[in-house]
Ligand binder design. Structure first.
Ligand code: PEP
Ligand code: MG
Length: 588
């Protein structure tokens, strides 16, 4: 391949120069029909048989680990086990191999589509919908046929990882001694893969259309600032990007020098700058980058990639250690935001047509009250030092919040009866990330001690765009008038009620958006630790008057393009040297 440039969406800044490695390539490409000759028939039927038994063994293993109280999940798995055990499916695929002389993968697809057509004709809607189960089971067998996911551990040198998709669970498994950057075919501006890449400080790009055409071992430059992959670069590219990589490292060490100074404007307006973290290990990065505490601890990540659910003591120790390391600064522990793309496999396969609108966050917790109460007990027990706050995600209305509070207080009373210590005045907050919560933020404010605006989801749910979908990524506009009005409305409602308002979406790490938040007089922001020094620096070099003037002009503007232009102009004029080192959610 001669020099080619692939374009995607930049989600984590930085430059990586290295060789490519495509993770689990087979499953990302569609099935291909291959005609086989007589001598391969036995081999293909044997492969099919093995794939069916491996898929069955896998499911039986998962079933054993499901706690007894989760009967519904067990029932789903049981039905999948039944489909796998029913020899009709397997025999039909085997007969296709023998009669049509085709490869196992294609035969499996044919057998699957026969069953699907039979199901579709069934009148009973419930039974008809079970076709979904057949698909899920067939996918399990397929992934066995394609081979187990490639093992990153077998890599002998650091590579640039390419993948069709990386789930939040995959991303936290990335080993930095093996992976220097990554790019995926799917994903949007605030997909969790990008959030983790920023935490790990590795460059990353998502939504790259033609990625699967790249063979393993290609030399590429991954430009995480502009979302470009330069395949087979020439000498000039290598020189240019090596220099840019060096300049970025220099810039980082320059801004890091002042990272412990407060985020205070020239005219004395101070904002607190906290950190978002996903894993306990990131606490060191919070301290190293001048974070003034943890504004968002995404606790669900400790539930991913493990076979069993953590027990209360394990969670308690994790939260207690975090609180004591960060003391006297505060840590906001967000209760589980499982669901949507953050799937805890301990609950079996998920069957939701619209998972982002389904059993996620507090809804998931209400469905699994024992799990929720275990976490609440652990948080309360870890609060004794007095620097822990609790925060509930995805609150949609007052009744829902009251229900959650009821569960919280019942757990608290239970601990009190048992004479277990906890902080009796632990602050309680909620994420404002649904449009419904924005519009009733005055009512919600009466019930809590603080708000944290989650723009990643607020933009997704307000503008009706899946945050992980690259096809609608162009509509992901933080400066859309509806988003700006929503943020302002929440800040004003919070202040009116005398409570603190923070913002912890990716907007808080975006140099083009922070001036707007400052103009709205946000009390604190929370962002990935690595972005803290740069954002603090911008705040320290400007005045509140400047921020307010920019906000006024942006609020007066009626379209996003104009708002984008206004904020770009300010940053271009005031902070020209910062520009090349940031990725932004704002379109050019
Ligand atoms: C958000 O939605 O803005 C947020 C911070 O939460 P998460 O990204 O974990 O959904
Ligand atoms: Mg969210």
């Amino acid at each position: 391949m001669s020099k080619t440039v692939l374009q995607g969406i930049p989600v984590s800044a930085g430059i990586a120069i290295g060789k490519t490695y495509f993770l689990n390539r087979g499953s990302s490409t569609s099935t291909i029909r291959m005609n086989i000759d007589d001598e391969h028939v036995h081999q293909e039927t044997a492969r099919l048989k093995q794939a069916f038994s491996l898929a069955l063994a896998d499911l039986e293993k998962i079933r054993k680990k499901i706690p007894k109280e989760l009967k519904e999940q067990t029932a789903i798995i049981d039905s999948h086990i039944m489909i796998l055990k029913d020899k009709k499916f397997q025999n039909s695929a085997r007969d296709y191999v023998r009669e049509k002389m085709i490869n196992a993968e294609w035969a499996l697809e044919k057998a699957e589509s026969d069953i699907e057509s039979a199901f579709i004709k069934i009148e009973d809607e419930y039974i008809r919908e079970r076709v979904q189960d057949v698909r899920l089971v067939a996918n399990r067998v397929k992934s066995q046929l394609y081979g187990q996911p490639a093992d990153i551990r077998s890599l002998t040198q650091r590579m640039i990882l390419l993948a069709a998709d990386l789930s939040p669970a995959d991303t936290i498994e990335l080993q930095l001694d093996k992976i220097m950057a990554f790019a995926t075919i799917s994903g949007g501006k605030t997909s969790h893969a990008g959030i983790i890449a920023r935490s790990l400080q590795i460059p990353a790009i998502v939504g790259v259309e033609d990625l699967s055409e790249l063979q393993d071992g290609h030399l590429v430059i991954l430009d995480g600032f502009n979302g470009r992959i330069i395949v087979d670069p020439d000498e000039d590219d290598l020189d240019h990007y090596s220099q840019l990589r060096y300049q970025f490292a220099e810039y980082q060490s320059l801004v890091n020098r002042d990272c412990y100074l407060p985020a205070e404007t020239i005219d004395g307006y101070k904002v607190k700058v906290f950190a978002n973290i996903e894993l306990f290990e990131e606490v060191a990065a919070v301290i190293d980058n001048g974070g003034e505490g943890i504004g968002l601890y995404r606790t669900e990540y400790s539930f991913l990639n493990r076979e069993t659910l953590p027990v209360e003591d394990e969670l308690f120790e994790e939260y207690r250690d975090l609180a004591s390391i960060i003391f006297p600064n505060r840590v906001v522990i967000r209760t589980l935001d499982l669901g949507a793309d953050k799937i805890a496999t301990q609950f079996g396969p998920v069957r939701e047509i619209n998972p982002a609108l389904g059993l996620r966050a507090v809804r998931f917790c209400r469905k699994h009250p024992e799990l929720f109460k275990t976490q609440l007990r652990a948080i309360l027990r870890a609060s004794v030092l007095g620097n822990v706050s609790i925060m509930f995600p995805m609150i949609s209305g007052v009744e829902e919040l009251l229900e959650i509070k009821k569960i919280f207080y019942s757990v608290r009373n239970e601990l009190k009866t048992k004479r277990v210590d906890f902080d009796p005045v632990m602050p309680m907050g909620i994420m404002i990330e649904l449009p419904s919560a924005v519009l009733i933020s005055d009512l919600l404010a009466r019930e809590v001690d603080f708000f944290s605006i989650g723009t990643n989801d607020l933009i997704q749910y307000s503008l009706g765009i899946d945050r992980t979908n690259k096809h609608v990524s162009y509509l992901y506009q933080p400066l859309h008038p509806s988003i700006l009005r929503s943020i302002k409305y929440v800040i004003d409602a919070g202040h009116e009620a005398g409570i603190e308002v923070s913002l912890c979406g990716e907007v808080a790490a975006d140099p083009y958006c922070v001036p707007i938040l400052m103009g709205m007089q946000i009390d604190s922001i929370s962002l990935n630790p690595q972005a803290i020094p740069g954002i603090k620096r911008i705040i320290r070099q400007a005045t509140m008057d400047e921020f307010k003037e920019l906000l006024k002009r942006v609020l007066e503007s009626e379209d996003v393009q104009e708002s984008n232009r206004l904020v770009r102009e300010m940053i271009f004029t005031r902070f020209p040297e910062e520009l090349m080192f940031y990725t932004s959610l704002i379109e050019e």
